[in-house]
Ligand binder design. Structure first.
Ligand SMILES: *[C@@H]1O[C@H](CO)[C@@H](O)[C@H](O)[C@H]1NC(C)=O
Ligand SMILES: *[C@@H]1O[C@H](CO)[C@@H](O)[C@H](O)[C@H]1NC(C)=O
Length: 442
C-alpha cells in the first residue's frame, strides 16, 4: 500500500512537471511571436529630431519609451527657498537644475559653449539650436509664478525625454523675481505621460495658453531680466570660449566642430571677439545648409541681415556686403574681415573667452541690454573680427512695428540707466572713442 501510494504520487508529480513544461513552452512561443511582431511593427524612432527640424510635422513620428520619475529625480532637489541672490536682491538664481548627461564631457572636448536664455514661450527653439550645435549648451530660464515654473519644468522634462540631444548637451539654469516668486514645485507627471513627442510645438502652445490665462496682466509690467539670465548662462559654461546668443538664434550646422578647428590655430594679439553674422529667414524656406545657399536666399529676398528693416545699427557694422562678396572661399572657418566702422548700438553675436565684461544687470527688460555690453568691449579695446563661412539665422523677416507701451516704458527706463552706465565706463577706461560724453547736453 505504502509502495503503491508512493508510486501514484510520483506519477502524479511527473505528470504535473510535464504539464508545467508544456505550459512553459506554449507561453514562451507566444511571447516570442509577440516580441517578433512588436519588433516588426514598431516604427524606427529617431531619438533626435531631423537636422532641418522647423515645423512640428517634421519632428519624430513616435514616442520613445517613457521614463518613470521618482522622488529621487534631481528636479526634486530644487529647493525654492535656496538659490543665490543677484547683487540687488531682486532675483534668485539656480545653477544646473538639470544637467545634460554629456554636458561636462562635451565641455572638455569642445572649445566653445553656447550660452543662451529663454522664457517658457520661446523654449522650443532649443530643439533646432541643439540639432545644429553638437557642443555643450548652457540655458538660463525664467519663471515668475507657481504655474509658470511648473509648466516650464514640465516642458523641460518633456524635451529631455523626447530629444536625446537636449538630454545630453543642455545644462538648465533657472531664475525668478523676488516680487513674484514661485513657492511650490508641483509637476504634473500624469500630464507628462500624455505629451506627444511628435508635436513639441503644439504641446508648448497648449501649456503657454494655460499659464497665460491668469498672468497676462502683470507679465507686461514685469520686465524679463535678460542680462541676469545671460550672465547666469555664461558663467555656467565650462569651455574656454562662450558663444552667447538669444534662444531663437539658430547656428549653422556643425558650428561647434568648425569653431574648434578655427580656435585651435587662431592667433589673437590683444583682445578679440569673433563675430558670427546673423541673418533673418523667410518662414517658407529651409534652413540653409551652407553659406552658398544662404547667399542664394539673400539674393532672392528670402534672407537678409538680422534686423535690417527694424533697426539697422543692430548688425550694420558687420558689413554683410563684404561678407557676402567673398568669392571662392576656403570651406574652413576663417576671418573674413575686421569690423572697421564700429558704431554705438552695434550688437553682434560673437565668440570670445568669458573674460569679456559682464552684462550689466541694471538694465532689466528691453533696451540697452546687449549693446551696452558690446559698447564696453569696444571701449575696453576689443577687436571685432567677422568669421566666415559660418553664420546664424533667426526665423521670420522682421518688419517695423510700433512697440507696445510696456516695451517703450522699459526702454525709457534703461535709457536713463545708460546715462549713468556710460559715465562709469568713461571713468573706468578713461577713453571715449565714440564721443559719448559730449553727445548729450544734460
Ligand atoms: C550647399 O548647399 C546646397 C543646397 O543643399 C548644395 O547643393 C551645395 O552642394 C552645398 N555646397 C557646398 C559647398 O557644400
Ligand atoms: C564694407 O566694406 C566695403 C568694402 O571693403 C567698404 O567700402 C565699406 O565702407 C564697408 N562698410 C562698412 C559699414 O563697414
Amino acid at each position: 500500500m505504502v509502495l503503491r501510494r508512493t508510486k501514484t504520487k510520483t506519477s502524479q508529480g511527473s505528470c504535473r512537471i510535464w504539464n508545467i513544461s508544456i505550459l512553459a513552452v506554449v507561453f514562451l512561443s507566444i511571447y516570442n511571436i509577440l516580441l517578433t511582431l512588436k519588433l516588426m511593427y514598431t516604427p524606427d524612432c529617431a531619438r533626435s529630431p531631423s537636422p532641418a527640424l522647423k515645423m512640428p510635422q517634421k519632428a519624430q513620428k513616435c514616442d520613445p519609451p517613457r521614463q518613470s520619475y521618482s522622488q529621487n529625480d534631481p528636479i526634486f532637489k530644487l529647493d525654492l527657498r535656496l538659490g543665490r541672490w543677484d547683487t540687488r536682491l531682486q532675483y534668485k538664481l539656480f545653477d544646473n537644475i538639470l544637467v545634460g548627461e554629456r554636458f561636462a564631457s562635451l565641455s572638455e572636448f569642445h572649445k566653445t559653449c553656447l550660452a543662451t536664455q529663454t522664457s517658457l514661450d520661446k523654449i522650443a527653439s532649443l530643439i533646432e539650436v541643439s540639432a545644429n550645435w553638437n557642443g555643450p549648451i548652457s540655458l538660463a530660464t525664467f519663471a515668475a509664478s507657481d504655474d509658470e515654473l511648473n509648466s516650464l519644468l514640465l516642458y523641460i522634462l518633456f524635451l529631455r525625454e523626447c530629444n536625446a540631444k537636449i538630454r545630453e548637451q543642455v545644462s538648465f539654469h533657472f531664475a525668478f523675481p523676488q516680487s513674484q516668486r514661485p513657492r511650490n514645485l508641483n509637476i504634473d507627471f500624469d500630464k507628462l505621460q500624455q505629451m506627444n513627442c511628435a508635436n513639441p510645438f503644439g504641446v508648448l502652445q497648449q501649456l503657454v495658453k494655460q499659464y497665460l490665462k491668469g498672468t497676462t496682466k502683470w507679465r507686461t509690467k514685469l520686465p524679463y531680466p535678460q542680462n541676469h539670465l545671460r550672465n547666469l548662462a555664461r558663467k555656467n559654461c565650462q569651455s574656454k570660449f562662450v558663444f552667447l546668443t538669444d534662444v531663437d538664434i539658430i547656428p549653422s550646422r556643425n558650428m561647434a566642430e568648425e569653431l574648434d578647428a578655427f580656435l585651435e590655430q587662431a592667433v589673437c594679439k590683444g583682445q578679440c571677439a569673433y563675430v558670427i553674422p546673423t541673418y533673418e529667414l523667410d518662414d517658407r524656406v529651409r534652413f540653409p545648409p551652407n553659406k552658398t545657399e544662404l547667399i542664394r536666399l539673400a539674393n532672392k529676398g528670402l534672407a537678409r541681415p538680422f534686423h535690417h528693416k527694424v533697426f539697422i545699427y543692430n548688425q550694420f557694422a558687420t558689413n554683410f556686403t563684404k561678407w557676402q562678396s567673398s568669392l571662392n572661399e576656403i570651406p574652413e572657418v576663417h576671418i573674413s574681415h575686421p569690423v572697421t566702422n564700429f558704431e554705438f548700438l552695434y550688437e553682434p553675436f560673437y565668440v570670445a573667452p568669458d573674460t569679456v565684461p559682464p552684462h550689466d544687470e541694471r538694465f532689466v527688460g528691453y533696451g540697452y541690454t546687449r549693446n551696452s555690453q558690446v559698447y564696453e568691449m569696444y571701449v575696453a579695446g576689443y577687436e571685432f573680427l567677422v568669421l566666415s563661412p559660418i553664420f546664424t539665422c533667426h526665423w521670420g523677416l522682421q518688419v517695423k512695428r510700433t512697440r507696445p507701451p510696456w516695451r517703450e516704458h522699459q526702454n525709457n527706463l534703461n535709457r536713463k540707466h545708460f546715462d549713468g552706465f556710460k559715465r562709469e565706463i568713461f571713468a573706468k577706461y578713461d577713453k571715449d572713442p565714440l564721443h559719448m560724453m559730449s553727445l548729450r547736453k544734460n
